[in-house]
Design a protein around this ligand. Structure first.
Ligand code: DSN
Length: 428
């Protein structure tokens, strides 16, 4: 719980550095929101899945649309009063299709998990075999992990990366697919820093009689701007979140070939969801529009450049990087040679105002709570206008913190260097 003096301090900081939030009568929550706004402004996120969305997207997310029920789809709802939200959802669908070049789009998934499960609901029966990337190799829980419903409802076969190169081994994936004959293959990752060859995955799916789902949650911004090969027209289904590199509101989406459209829509409602979140859908529509502007491509290019610059600098500083580098917005440091776990590294960096997520490395012997690595991503820092000079400086600061992870006074001095940098790079 925040003390009264902390709350007063946060309010002062808010007034000095941030556009003040509208007054909120519930002071307990208002103060906590202010505290979070201050935390974000005076620290930096290098969490690969986080970003800072625009003011207009945040305003739309907090609009009257949150009051509206609209189960169904535009023109076919179970509730009255849907004329306006019909238009909003129709715009969101059209913009999504245009942005990605999709035959069909469903913008209702509340998040990436719901998007993935809707595809499973559309094409699988419990007990069917699915094949996805294992969590420690960089996959997602919903790609068939044993503790997730995707691993208990379905017979999940997990592929990994090559032990030596730490790259996807497409020949091994094909052999596994021939052996297990999955009904659905999932291509995509939460922590894989290299280009994913969706064409090759599609060939594997074709050769083994499987359907292909591409989960582009992390790389959607690059796919939208042509900076990563697109799975549209290649995969049968494409799922994504909208809040990572795509920089929209929190949420999910699904795109598919026209032949699956009806099945897919029914898998969302009534299959796995109820009322759509129209405030989120409207904000997604705004995000799709933002992503069609030329400056969004410039932003994505800078995200790539910053990630590559940081990875190269870490390599020079003697760090092992999973797969040796990055082609996208993130990379994972393998900290075993530094004798520090992912958990301790994350905590040391948090102490200096830098947020990262600890991450398994391929074939990690540490538990997922501890891990041997940290994942570093550049979407959020790039949104705040940081370019390569800053990327290099911050890499050195991170290195210093990791080398002095158990030295609290040293970390405090580093924190004093991070805060002014964060404060001068404003949130949108
Ligand atoms: N939790 C997200 C990530 O950090 O990659 C994926 O859902």
């Amino acid at each position: 719980m925040h003390s009264q003096s902390e709350n007063t301090h946060n309010k002062q900081l808010l007034q000095e550095t941030i556009t003040p939030a509208a007054s909120i009568a519930d002071t307990l929550i208002a103060d906590l929101v202010a505290a979070e706004q201050v935390r974000q402004q005076q620290s930096m996120s290098f969490i690969a899945s986080e970003n800072h969305t625009s003011q207009q997207i945040m305003r739309i997310t907090g609009s009257v649309l949150t009051n509206k029920y609209a189960e169904g789809y535009p023109g076919k709802r179970y509730y009255a009063g849907c004329a306006v939200v019909d238009e909003i959802e129709a715009v969101a669908i059209e913009r999504c299709k245009k942005l990605f070049g999709a035959e069909h789009a469903n913008v209702q998934p509340h998040a990436g998990c719901q998007a993935n499960f809707a595809v499973y609901q559309a094409v699988l029966k419990p007990g069917d075999t699915i094949m996805g990337m294992s969590l420690d190799a960089g996959g997602h829980l919903t790609h068939g992990h044993g503790v997730n419903a995707s691993g208990s409802l379905y017979k999940a076969v997990q592929y990994a990366v090559d032990r030596d190169t730490q790259l996807l081994d497409y020949d091994a994936i094909e052999r596994l697919a021939h052996e297990h004959k999955p009904k659905l293959i999932i291509a995509g990752a939460s922590s894989y820093s290299r280009i994913i060859d969706f064409e090759r995955f599609a060939a594997i799916a074709r050769n083994t009689g499987a359907l292909l789902m591409a989960d582009i949650a992390h790389i959607a911004g690059f796919v939208a701007t042509g900076l990563h090969p697109s799975p549209l027209g290649v995969a049968d289904f494409v799922t994504s979140t909208t809040h990572k590199t795509l920089r929209g509101p929190r949420g999910g989406l699904i795109m598919c070939k026209a032949e699956y459209a009806q099945h897919l829509d029914r898998a969302i409602i009534p299959g796995t969801q109820g009322g759509p979140l129209l405030h989120a859908i409207a904000a997604k529509a705004v995000a799709f529009h933002e992503a069609m502007q030329p400056d969004f491509t410039v932003y994505q290019q800078q995200v790539l450049t910053n990630a590559r610059t940081m990875a190269d600098t870490f390599a020079v500083l003697g760090y092992a990087i999973v797969s040796g580098g990055t082609d996208n917005h993130m990379f994972t440091l393998d900290l075993r040679s530094k004798n520090i776990t992912g958990l301790v590294a994350q905590q040391a960096l948090e102490a200096i105002g830098i947020a990262v997520s600890r991450s398994c490395i391929p074939f990690d012997t540490q538990k997922p709570w501890i891990t041997s690595g940290i994942r570093i991503g550049t979407p959020a820092m790039t949104t705040r206008g940081m370019t390569t000079t800053m990327a290099v400086e911050l890499t050195h600061l991170i290195d210093e913190a990791l080398r002095h992870a158990d030295d609290a006074p040293f970390l405090k001095r580093l924190a004093d260097q991070v805060k002014p940098v964060a404060l001068t790079h404003r949130l949108p």
